[in-house]
Design a protein around this ligand. Structure first.
Ligand SMILES: *[C@@H]1O[C@H](CO)[C@@H](O)[C@H](O)[C@H]1NC(C)=O
Length: 201
């Protein structure tokens, strides 16, 4: 009896361990940029909001960034590092202006954003995030592409996940909402591993 009990205990702790490990990789987060209700020029109370906000966060593939703002007042563009540094608003990689803009992280790398409104970038309305690959590496952005090769290939980028049907737009949420489906997946995997580990013991 006691032996059986200990085995059960081992199995249980194994599956809990895997639960935790897998869950941290599977759950996708939606980050509300700056935890702000409005993506805008930083206010004097928090002039470095877009520099400081990403520092405490760990972005990964599958997560998304939610930029909220009144569409009449602002917009979001994804730009190259060069354009980010020089506040060049021309030929952005991606342009979003519906006020409820979701940027889906589909690859590792460094991503640069600013406002599409002239003058806002210069006033520090710019955001840079780093997304590490599963192996911990950080692919560098292609160095200044000659002949605008980057701009030519860019339009296909945002449509990578475009075909997946989703709920109506405007379903916003607070700073980080978990994707509930992943909990089910995790539970399933956990049970599976419990079975596998149990079989060997
Ligand atoms: C990100 O994904 C959501 C939901 O699938 C979609 O509505 C949205 O258009 C995507 N964003 C971009 C920039 O493609």
């Amino acid at each position: 009896m006691a032996v059986l009990g200990r085995q059960m205990c081992h199995r249980l702790s194994f599956s809990i361990l895997f639960f935790v490990l897998i869950q941290s990789n599977v759950i996708a987060y939606q980050f509300q940029v700056g935890n702000l209700q409005a993506w805008n020029i930083p206010t004097s109370t928090d002039p470095k909001v877009y520099t400081n906000w990403p520092k405490k966060l760990n972005f990964k593939i599958g997560d998304s960034l939610l930029f909220l703002y009144p569409p009449s007042e602002d917009s979001v563009i994804q730009v190259t590092k060069e354009s980010y540094d020089t506040c060049n608003l021309k030929d952005p990689i991606l342009y979003m202006n519906n006020g409820n803009s979701l940027f889906n992280i589909t690859s590792p790398g460094v991503f640069y954003f600013t406002s599409g409104v002239s003058g806002h970038c210069e006033k520090s309305q710019k955001l840079q995030i780093s997304v590490f690959a599963a192996d911990g590496s950080l692919p560098l952005p292609p160095s200044s592409a000659p002949g605008g090769a980057l701009a030519d290939s860019a339009p296909s980028y945002p449509t990578v996940f475009g075909g997946i049907p989703s709920g109506p737009a405007g379903k916003s949420s607070s700073s980080s909402s978990t994707v509930e489906v992943s909990v089910l997946i995790t539970a399933g995997i956990g049970v599976l591993i419990w079975g596998l580990v149990g079989g060997k013991m």
